[in-house]
Design a protein around this ligand. Structure first.
Ligand code: ATP
Ligand code: MG
Ligand code: FE
Length: 344
């Protein structure tokens, strides 16, 4: 089945053509970071406008790169939520319009469902597995028993890890989004230079908290005389990143052990982090666990990732009416349940 996938939940406008939910023929991503950088974060109204400007061009490019015409498309998959409502509505409206005009089946999937199934576009990963969704808006652990079968095991009780990376970067005078810049600075620093706290690490639950860690960095920065620069900046970035990575790895490994799962998928923008990749591979390797990170382009927001679930649902005869609404917040476990057991 040849699907056109559309993603517009935050600040990337993306369209992809994917065959059978596995083979990516194109995956075009138009980022708006330049637009939002000068405001230090995503401005929802601007995001919606930029999606409107970009969406047709991005879809045309996706079809062109895949070397197919719209008439070859057999179904449409779109991010229904969660995300910025105005941004989601742009992708959803275009998806509905194409579905209506071409009489194609439409399916709306959960953005995080896209993230945690993304590795399947590159390799076989059999179910069940543990998924750590770690991004700008999420730091959630799920048990994934199959497509649409998700159990929430733990989640951040305050900030998401990506949000903490971006806020710490801002404190250090780095532009938005700062996660990747902290990652780069960290590679030249000593991760043990500054002992930042590891919130909730020793609590039995699988929840995370990053707000306190962020405040600890802020207090540290305020105590310094003058700006932090040179080696000091590298040490700070490395120490903060080590604290985040430590908590993410320990809780993920604990969850895998508790659930008796030997496979782990890490997905979402923060899964690009080199410290997290190296450390989890090392710790997981020691325990004989099978660890999967998607390639960086599939960790960040992109439309191709939606096609894994989309293809599965459409094949099962699950499609949505054209009055489908976007959902700014939408629990993933419920989203999956509604697909297989509508109305429950
Ligand atoms: P969500 O997926 O929760 O809806 P989102 O779509 O806005 O949120 P993503 O695009 O999946 O988030 O991820 C973006 C986040 O990933 C940003 O916070 C960004 O700073 C962070 N990020 C990207 N690369 C890195 C990196 N190398 N190290 C740390 N953080 C990173
Ligand atoms: Mg983004
Ligand atoms: Fe995302």
């Amino acid at each position: 089945m040849l699907l056109l996938a559309i993603e517009s939940s935050c600040d990337e406008t993306s369209a992809a053509v994917v065959r059978d939910g596995r083979q990516v023929l194109s995956n075009i991503i138009a980022s708006q970071v330049d637009v939002h950088a000068r405001y230090g974060g995503v401005v929802p109204e601007l995001a919606s406008r930029k999606h409107v400007e970009a969406i047709s061009v991005v879809i045309d490019q996706a079809l062109e790169t895949a070397a197919i015409g719209l008439e070859a498309v057999e179904g449409i998959v779109v991010t229904r939520g969660p995300g910025l409502i105005g941004a989601l509505l742009v992708g959803l409206s275009v998806a509905k319009a194409i579905a209506f005009a071409r009489k194609l089946p439409l399916v709306g999937v959960h953005h995080i469902e896209g993230h945690i199934l993304a590795p399947l576009l590159e390799e076989e990963v059999s179910f069940p597995y543990l998924a750590l969704a770690v991004s700008g808006g999420h730091t959630h652990l799920y048990r994934v028993d199959g497509i649409g079968r998700y159990v929430l095991l733990g989640r951040t009780i305050d900030d998401a890890a990506g949000e903490a990376f971006d806020k710490v970067a801002k404190m250090l005078g780095l532009p938005y989004p700062g996660g990747i810049l902290i990652d780069r600075l960290a590679s030249g620093g000593n991760p043990e230079a500054i002992p930042f706290p590891r919130p909730l690490l020793h609590q039995k639950n699988l929840d995370f908290s990053f707000s306190g860690m962020k405040t600890a960095v802020l207090n540290y920065v305020k105590k310094q005389e003058g700006p932090i620069q040179g080696d000091h900046l590298h040490h700070l970035a490395a120490s903060f990143q080590a604290a985040v990575v430590d908590v993410l790895c320990q809780k993920t490994l604990r969850a895998a052990e508790e659930q008796g799962l030997g496979r782990i998928v890490v997905a979402g923008g923060v899964a690009c982090n080199s410290g997290l990749r190296t450390r989890l591979h090392a710790l997981g390797g020691e325990k004989g666990l099978d660890i999967h990170f998607p390639s960086p382009v599939l960790c960040a927001d992109n439309a191709a990732m939606l096609a894994v679930a989309g293809d599965c649902y459409l094949r099962a005869g699950i499609s949505e009416p054209l009055d489908l609404n976007a959902l700014a917040s939408w629990p993933l476990d419920r989203a999956g349940r509604e697909k297989w057991h509508p109305g429950e």
